[in-house]
Design a binder for this molecule. Structure first.
Ligand SMILES: [Zn+2]
Length: 303
C-alpha cells in the first residue's frame, strides 16, 4: 500500500511528469520489492499446495474403488502404488467410505457384497433414427428407455451395479456396438428391452423373453426373468423364445436375454405400457428375475 500511495503522490505532481526519465526510474525501483514479495508468496503457495496434497493422499487416499472403476482403472494403480503405507491407508480409507454408505440390503452382508460386484448392462431397444415400432405415434424406443430407467433404479436399490447403453432418444447404437459396450465393461448380465407388434387378426398380447442357445446361461436367465416379470406385470406369459439371429443375445459372452415386454398393437397393453405404474411393474419383475438368477448361481458356488 505504501508503495502505491507514494506513486500516487508522485504522479499527482506535474513536475514529476515533465521529468520523465527520472519519474520512470523511480517507479521501477518502487515496484521491485512488490514483485519480489509476490514471487515469494506464489512459490510458498505452490509448495504448500503440493505438500498439503501429498499429506491428504497419504492420510485419506485419493481414490475409492467406485471412482477408479468409473474411470476404468484398477484400484491401487495410482502413482502412489509404490508407496505401501500410502496404498494401505488408501485401502483402509476406501473401506471406511464403503462401510459408511448404507447401500447394502438388509438381508445380510455376504449377499450385499456379492451383488455389489455384479454389473448388469441394461439395453433399451432402438434409439436415434431407429424408432423401433410405431403405433399411433407411440414409439417403441421411448417406452423401452423408460422401462430401462426404472430397471436401473430397481437394480441399484437391490445393490447391483448397472450400465445403461443409451440415456436419451437421440442416441443410435448398432447391435454390434451394444455387444462391444457390454464386453468392454466386462458385464456379468445383459438384458435388452423391446416391445412387440402383431399385425394379424387375433388379439395378441403379453410378454415373452428371448435367448440364444449359443449364449451360456442365457436360457436360465431368460426363464427367471420371464417368470418374474410376467407375474409382476400381471401380463400374459408367452414363455421363452429361441433366436439364432438377435446379435445382442447371440454375441455377448455373459448370460443375456431380450425381453419383449408387451404388444404395442394391443390397445389395452399399449395404454398400460405408456404408464409409469406399469413400467415400474415390468422393471421390478425383470430386476427380480435377474436377482433370482444371480442367487441361483451363487448357491452353486463354494463358500
Ligand atoms: Zn424392438
Amino acid at each position: 500500500m505504501g508503495v502505491r500511495n507514494n506513486r500516487r503522490r508522485r504522479s499527482g505532481s506535474l513536475d514529476e511528469f515533465r521529468r520523465r526519465p527520472y519519474h520512470r526510474r523511480r517507479r521501477r525501483r518502487d515496484i521491485l520489492p512488490a514483485i519480489k514479495i509476490s514471487v515469494m508468496l506464489a512459490v510458498t503457495a505452490v509448495l504448500l499446495f503440493f505438500s498439503g496434497r501429498a499429506l491428504f493422499r497419504l492420510i485419506w487416499g485419493e481414490r475409492t474403488p467406485e471412482t477408479t472403476a468409473a474411470a476404468g482403472m484398477h484400484f491401487g494403480d495410482s502413482e502412489n502404488g509404490g508407496l505401501n503405507l500410502a496404498h494401505d491407508s488408501m485401502v483402509a480409507a476406501a473401506e471406511n467410505i464403503r462401510n459408511s454408505f448404507p447401500t447394502e440390503p438388509a438381508e445380510g452382508d455376504k449377499e450385499g457384497e456379492g451383488k455389489q460386484g455384479v454389473l448388469v448392462v441394461v439395453d433399451p431397444g432402438h434409439g436415434g433414427y431407429d424408432n423401433g415400432s410405431n403405433i399411433d405415434g407411440i414409439y417403441e424406443q421411448e417406452i423401452t428407455l423408460e422401462i430401462a430407467f426404472c430397471l436401473v433404479d430397481k437394480l441399484q436399490e437391490m445393490g447391483y451395479e448397472t450400465l445403461i447403453l443409451r440415456e436419451d432418444n437421440d442416441t443410435h447404437l448398432f447391435p454390434e456396438e451394444r455387444v462391444e459396450m457390454a464386453e468392454k465393461a466386462d458385464a456379468d448380465i445383459f438384458v435388452s428391452i423391446h416391445l412387440n407388434t402383431y399385425d394379424g387378426q387375433e388379439k395378441v398380447s403379453g410378454m415373452e423373453t428371448w435367448y440364444c442357445e449359443k449364449n451360456p446361461g442365457g436360457e436360465e436367465l431368460a426363464g427367471m426373468v420371464q417368470k418374474a416379470a410376467s407375474k409382476a406385470a400381471g401380463a400374459r406369459d408367452r414363455g421363452l423364445k429361441i433366436s439364432k439371429d438377435l446379435i445382442v443375445i447371440r454375441d455377448t459372452t455373459m448370460p443375456s436375454c431380450l425381453v419383449e415386454a408387451g404388444f404395442l398393437t394391443d390397445k389395452a397393453e399399449r395404454e398400460a405400457l405408456m404408464t409409469k405404474e406399469y413400467q415400474e411393474k415390468i422393471a421390478g419383475g425383470i430386476a427380480q428375475g435377474i436377482d433370482d438368477f444371480i442367487r441361483s448361481r451363487k448357491e452353486g458356488l463354494p463358500e
